[in-house]
Design a protein around this ligand. Structure first.
Ligand SMILES: [Ca+2]
Length: 190
């Protein structure tokens, strides 16, 4: 994602946007307010699941809403995704088709077959048009990223468990050797 990174907007600019999005002037941006403020390029509402995922990512105080302090990072995140989406929407159709999604995911380091990419398009194509819009593209990428993290963690845990087993085996063998050397019983039961 680094290549899509945008500069941080000025505080004045962010404050202006924040106030316009914070319709009820509560000093926070709720999921509903954020959903209304975001556009997926169609007249349909922005994917509520993507909104929920984004709030969860930037809501530092875990209140389910975004304070002005958190807003800058959220704004940058959305802008970076916008740059990313536009760069992979090669034909400027405003949505991502199978070929474009495959290119995007390959650039992110995934090695997925055409069948899997087609499956992903079907899964995240909320409007049933055979393509993915901005909001669904973000959801698809976040879910894949989370899945990759989960798998990496799982592998690491398995690796740790294997290491622990190996270390335990070594330790046990050494203990037995010590006991044997002392001529005592090596029937140490653990
Ligand atoms: Ca396109």
């Amino acid at each position: 994602m680094a290549q899509f990174s945008s500069p941080m907007a000025s505080r004045e600019f962010l404050w202006d946007v924040f106030q316009r999005v914070d319709k009820d002037r509560s000093g926070y941006i709720s999921a509903d307010e954020l959903q209304v403020a975001l556009s997926n390029g169609t007249w349909t509402p922005f994917n509520p699941e993507t909104v929920r995922l984004m709030i969860g990512m930037f809501d530092k105080q875990a209140m389910g809403k975004i304070s002005f302090e958190d807003f800058g990072s959220l704004w940058k995140y959305v802008t970076d995704w916008q740059n990313c989406f536009r760069s992979f929407d090669r034909d400027n159709s405003g949505n991502i088709d199978c070929g474009e999604l495959k290119m995007a995911l390959t650039a992110f380091g995934y090695r997925l077959s055409d069948g899997i990419v087609q499956l992903l398009v079907r899964k995240y194509d909320r409007l049933g048009r055979g393509t993915i819009f901005f909001d669904d593209f973000i959801q698809c990428c976040i879910v894949l990223q989370e899945e990759r993290l989960r798998q990496a963690q799982h592998l690491q845990e398995e690796g740790n468990a294997a290491n622990n087993r190996a270390r335990y085996g070594e330790w046990r063998q050494r203990t037995n050797e010590v006991y044997s050397a002392k001529g005592g019983s090596s029937g140490l039961v653990i």
